[in-house]
Design a protein around this ligand. Sequence first.
Ligand code: SAM
Length: 209
Amino acid sequence: MSRGKSRSKSSQRWLNEHHSDDYVRKSKEQSWRSRAVFKLLEIDERDRLIKPDMCVVELGAAPGGWTQYVARKLSPNGYLLAVDILAMDAVEDACILQADFTEDHALEQIREMLDGRAADLVLSDMAPNFTGQSAVDQPRSIYLAELALDMCEEFLAPGGNLLIKAFQGAGIEELTKNIRGKFASCKSRKPSASRPRSREIYLLAVNKR
Ligand SMILES: C[S@@+](CC[C@H](N)C(=O)[O-])C[C@H]1O[C@@H](n2cnc3c(N)ncnc32)[C@H](O)[C@@H]1O
C-alpha cells in the first residue's frame, strides 16, 4: 500500500489544510521556518513581550520560527536560549540546546548555559507527540506546561513574564490556578494563526512575584 493510501482521514485533512493555509504560504514567502511564528508575532504585537536587551528562554523551539523572530528582536544585546528535544539548525544570535526538557539533566544544562543570568521571559511552545487520544494527550501537554511553570521558580527573574502553550481540557484550570499563585495575572490568548478547531491556547503569565 502506498503511503498516500495509508494516511488516516485526519492526517490527510491536516495536510490539505496545511497546504492551503495562508500562514504556511506567508511563512515560506517571508523565510520563517514555521507558521507558528505568526502566533507569537500576534501575541507580541498585542502584549509587547519581547524587548531588545532581554534574556529569553524558549522551550519547544524546533524547527525554529519563534527562535528566528525572538533572536531578531533581541539582537545584538539580548540573549536567547532555545531548547528542543529535536535537533535544529543554527539560528543567528541564538544559543541552541538539544535536550529533553522532562529530564533533570536539561535543567542542569540550562543552568550552565545561562551562567548566572536570570531570564526576563520564558516562552514554551512545547507540545507532546499527539496520539489522537485526549486521555493520553491532554495530561502529557499539561505536564509539559507545568514543567515550564516550575522552571520559572529558579530561572525567571521577579517581574518576568511567561507564555505557555496549553490545550483546553482536563487540568487547564489547575494550571491556571498554579500560574495565578506565582504571577500577578494570567491571561488567555488565542492568536488567529492557531487553528480555530484546535483546543490550543496560550497562557500569558505576567509579572512573576
Ligand atoms: C509546536 S512545536 C514548536 C514550534 C516552534 N515554536 C516554531 O516556531 O518552530 C513543539 C515542539 O516541542 C518540542 N518538545 C516536545 N516535547 C519536548 C520535550 N520533552 N523537551 C523539549 N522539547 C519538546 C517538540 O520537539 C516540538 O519541536
